[in-house]
Design a protein around this ligand. Structure first.
Ligand code: AMP
Length: 302
C-alpha cells in the first residue's frame, strides 16, 4: 500500500500571532507527505528550483518518503507568503510566486504509474489532471484545492473535480466555488459534479463529511495554542488519505475513522511552525490523541 501525491513543495514566509518565519519548508505536498508517512508509504511528484536546500529532504528521508519524483529545474522554487491575524482560521495570502511551477510539465517515473491511491494536493488543477492522466488504474483519487485556483482556474478545477472520488475543501471555498451561501446546498452542488464524498474542513471548528445520506462531523482537537495553522488542511489530508490507503473497500465506517485521523494529524501540524511538529511525532502520540478524540466525541444515551 502506498499513496502518490502531487502538490507544492514550497518556501513559506508566515506571520501568526505567535511569531514570524521566513522561507521555511512548506507546501501542500510537504505537509501531506509528513502526515501520511505515519500511515503508509508516500511517493511525491513536485518541482523545486535551484535555490532549494537539499537539507530539507532529511526529514523526508527519515520518514521513508520517496522523493525521486521531485524534479529540480532551473529557476526559483515556489514561494508563498501568508499571515494569520485574530481569525486563526483564515490565511491572508500576501504573495504567491509560482516560479518553477509555472512551466512544470510533470512526467511520472514508471514506478509511480501503477499507483492505486492518488492525492492531488493543492496545486494548479491542470497539473493535477496531467498527473492523474499518467496513472494506469487509480482505485482511489482524492483532491484538495484553494481560493487561488477557484479565482484563477475555475473551469479547469471543475473538470478536475469531476474525476475524483473524494473532494476536500474549506467551508469558505465550497461556498465561493459554488456561489451558494448555504453550506449544505453548496456541498450538494459539488457532489453533482462527480465526487462520491465531500469533506469540508472548518478550521478550529473541525470537519464535516458528506457521503450519500451520511453526514459525519468532528470538532477540531481543543488546543491552547495554534502556533501556525499553515498546513493544517494538507496534514488533515495526510491522515485521511494515509489511513484509507490501507483499506480494501471504502465503507462509511472507514471514512468516519479517516476523518478522525485527519483531524488528529491537523492538530499536531498547527502546534508548530512549518513541519516542526512532525519531527518529534510518534505513533504512540497519534494513538493517544486518537483516544482523546474518541472521549471528546462519545456520549451515552440515557
Ligand atoms: P493549508 O494546508 O491549506 O494551510 O496549505 C498550506 C500550504 O499551501 C503552504 O505551505 C503553501 O506553501 C501552500 N500553498 C499556498 N498557496 C498555494 C497555491 N496557490 N498552490 C499550491 N500550494 C499553495
Amino acid at each position: 500500500m502506498s499513496v502518490l501525491v502531487v502538490g507544492s513543495v514550497a518556501l513559506d514566509t508566515v506571520k501568526t500571532p505567535f511569531g514570524f518565519q521566513r522561507e521555511v519548508l512548506g507546501g501542500s505536498a510537504t505537509y501531506f507527505s509528513m502526515a501520511a508517512s505515519f500511515f503508509t508509504k508516500v511517493k511525491v511528484v513536485a518541482v523545486i528550483g535551484t535555490d532549494f536546500d537539499e537539507n530539507h529532504f532529511k526529514l523526508f528521508k527519515k520518514r521513508g518518503v520517496d522523493w525521486s519524483g521531485i524534479e529540480r529545474k532551473p529557476g526559483k522554487s515556489f514561494r508563498w507568503e501568508g499571515e494569520y491575524r485574530d481569525d486563526i482560521n483564515t490565511a491572508i495570502t500576501k504573495k504567491t510566486s509560482l516560479n518553477v511551477f509555472r512551466e512544470f510539465d510533470p512526467v511520472l517515473p514508471g514506478k509511480y504509474r501503477g499507483s492505486r491511491t492518488v492525492f492531488l494536493a493543492n496545486i494548479d488543477p491542470d497539473l493535477q489532471m496531467k498527473v492523474l492522466g499518467q496513472i494506469r488504474l487509480p482505485k482511489l483519487v482524492v483532491c484538495d484545492t484553494m481560493n487561488f485556483w477557484i479565482e484563477n482556474k475555475s473551469d479547469s478545477l471543475r473538470k478536475m473535480i469531476s474525476h475524483v472520488d473524494i473532494l476536500l475543501m474549506n467551508d469558505g471555498e465550497v461556498r465561493q466555488f459554488t456561489g451558494e451561501a448555504n453550506l449544505f446546498k453548496a456541498v450538494r452542488a459539488v457532489l453533482k459534479l462527480g465526487p462520491r464524498t465531500v469533506v469540508v474542513k472548518r478550521g478550529e471548528f473541525g470537519a464535516m463529511m458528506f457521503h450519500g445520506n451520511t453526514i459525519f462531523a468532528v470538532p477540531a482537537f481543543p488546543l491552547d495554542r495554534a502556533v501556525d495553522p499553515t498546513g493544517a488542511g494538507d496534514s488533515f489530508a495526510g491522515g485521511f488519505v494515509g489511513y484509507l490507503s490501507g483499506k480494501k473497500a471504502l465503507t462509511v465506517d472507514h471514512l468516519r475513522q479517516a476523518v478522525v485521523f485527519g483531524s488528529v494529524m491537523a492538530s499536531f501540524a498547527v502546534q508548530g511552525f512549518s513541519i516542526d511538529s512532525f519531527r518529534t511525532l510518534t505513533h504512540e502520540k497519534i494513538r493517544e490523541r486518537y483516544r482523546q478524540f474518541k472521549e471528546l466525541t462519545s456520549f451515552r444515551s440515557l
